[in-house]
Design a protein around this ligand. Sequence first.
Ligand code: 5IU
Length: 254
Amino acid sequence: MVQPFSDRLKYVTHPKAQELIKVILRKSTNLCLSADVTSSQQLLDLVEKVGPHICLLKTHIDIVSDFTPDLIEKLKKLSKEYDFLIFEDRKFADLGSTVQKQFSEGVYRISSWSDFINAHVVVGPGIIKGLKSVAQDQGLILIAQMSAAGNLCNETYTQEAVKMAENDRTFVCGFICTKSVSDDQSFLNFVPGVNISSTGDGLGQQWVSPSEAIEKGADVIIVGRGIYQSSEPAETAKEYKEQAFKAYLDLTKE
Ligand code: 5IU
């Protein structure tokens, strides 16, 4: 049974997840923009347009060809102006001792600015321990399932991911999944693979509609090309936002 976001606040314990729910309630949007563009200016222009409609901005900071730390300053400013949080989709997938450095050092210093990060669980719990040891106040999202055709996350893998999350509730705050993977209302489900006008990209991505994603258990829908390849990204984001939020309200109505 899906609970309204206001009730979820009673179960969700991670401070960042609580913060995200408060943004969702303030702005009436559970849309996350996956801003997979490759220049700083494209990214800033996109966020400037779409910012009012999202609760969360998902970045792939390593695809920005002209990255400088100034970009982070500007994104942080926009996140305050438009009231959204930032999720760096780094998909950590290495030993605890390696991810410590990938998370906190290097060019991007992800631990100094992200609100959420994610990790593959194929490594085992050491990855959670490693990331946690250098985290500031981030919430960790575990990749329990993937939207790509032929991916190897079977039911056993998914349930192992859930167990790992249950073992570290102070750091893990939710899952990347294609449908609800746990009845535990304290974890948030972030669902990628959402597109209104297409069902696939020819490279393995599988898309469902916003309402289908919500009906399968998404708390937050993640949308990339459906929005940033649109000729009117703001209008299109508004459409995704309204479809997803209406589906969520319908599902949680008494
Ligand atoms: N993404 C997925 N599926 C997954 C995982 C991540 O689509 O299983 I894990 C990412 C990839 C891309 C975004 O950055 O979410 C989806 O973008 P499109 O809406 O353009 O497919």
